[in-house]
Write a protein that binds this ligand. Structure first.
Ligand SMILES: [Mg+2]
Length: 265
């Protein structure tokens, strides 16, 4: 992971947009700061497309896609995306409605069994807004030990489910998407972007374990400083890292991108 000062203009020139995580990256302690929010407007004013990419629920994505200065919201670790289309909102789900309902029924059986085995790990308080996954709260309002979290993930795998671990949650899903495949799929469906090209023309900014697929797939990747906590768990760390955590780190990364782009015009 190299400091932002070493980021060169050549790496920034091909960019059409920025894909960014929410909790621990854009959001500070789960909330927006003025400087982070302002960075979104600044990036957008410079012509960059903005894609929020989060493990948070589809229901939250529907809201931010309508209200924030962003082009797409990719939610539930890639499974469901939203695009504002004038006054309408397009839902880009990887599954048709009926298949989604059937898969959810199976998933709820898996989760019921996990809940019996791990009664001390609560469900996250945002599950009602979810379509594709069920999420356990491991560090948002409680502090579950790493070993117990690892046991939960192993038990889910034994049941045939996949898991993603973020800074606060463990997501359990029967879907095949991850943040990278889900983002590329959403960009292709929304804008006809070529999947391979998108990986070289969008930068990614993240902070934790459920960002791993994006750190591996996108060519230009950034971490906010709190990514250091996850560095030994990531098979590919971000290429560049900000000196500041969470929203302040995001603002520093945005500022560096904007300075370089301004120098080229
Ligand atoms: Mg995060």
């Amino acid at each position: 992971m190299r400091p932002l000062a070493e980021l060169a203009l050549a790496a920034v020139t091909p960019l059409r947009g920025v894909v960014f995580d929410l909790d621990g990256t854009l959001l500070t302690d789960g909330a927006l700061t003025l400087e982070a929010y302002r960075s979104l407007f600044s990036l957008r004013e410079r012509g960059l497309r903005l894609v929020a990419c989060t493990g948070r629920p589809a229901g939250w994505g529907a809201v931010i896609a309508r209200q924030w200065p962003i082009d797409l919201a990719v939610t539930e670790n890639g499974a469901v995306a939203f695009r504002r289309d004038g006054a309408r909102l397009s839902v880009l789900d990887s599954l048709p409605e009926e298949a989604r309902r059937a898969r959810r029924e199976r998933l709820l059986e898996v989760v019921a069994s996990l809940h019996r085995e791990f009664p001390e790990i609560p469900l996250a308080d945002d599950n009602q807004e979810r379509r594709s996954d069920v999420t356990f709260d491991v560090r948002e309002t409680v502090n579950i030990s790493s070993s117990r979290v690892a046991e939960l993930r192993l038990a889910a795998a034994r049941e045939g489910a996949r898991t993603f671990e973020s800074s606060i949650h463990v997501h359990v899903t029967l879907d095949a998407e991850d943040k990278a495949s889900g983002t590329v799929r959403a960009l292709a469906r929304a804008y006809g972007d070529d999947a391979t090209k998108a990986l070289g023309t969008y930068a990614f900014v993240g902070d934790s374990g459920n960002d791993e697929a994006c750190f591996s797939a996108f060519h230009l990747t950034f971490g906010v400083s709190n990514v250091a906590r996850w560095a030994r768990h990531l098979s590919v760390p971000p290429r560049f890292v900000a000196a500041q955590p969470e929203g302040a780190g995001f603002a520093a990364i945005a500022a560096r991108l904007l300075v370089l782009r301004a120098s080229s015009t």
